[in-house]
Ligand binder design. Sequence first.
Ligand SMILES: [Cu+2]
Length: 114
Amino acid sequence: MARLARRLSGLLLLIVLAAPVLAQPARPTPKGAWRGTGTVLAILPPPSDLHATRPVIVLQHDAIPGLMEEAMAMPFIVASPALFEGIRPGDRVAFGLKDVPDALLVISIERLPR
Ligand SMILES: [Cu+2]
């Protein structure tokens, strides 16, 4: 019985020590990928003045930790015009970015509550 108690206390200690590690986000952002938030300024399906063949979104984005430490307005190429569905200029959005060989690509867009 004492042996079991010792074992259990050892297990408890392990759980306490592991807690900070377990508290980390379940899905760390992979290398070459970022998450950002911002406001949609313009949605430009192709062809547009900014790109002949690819969809573009212009965002007033907040700081993107690890990528752009300052907020700014700028265009991004979007992986698919399907991502524009339900998104309008003026919307607050969260978005996913991925570094691909020819662009910094928006790969997801979710509308945020105002
Ligand atoms: Cu930027």
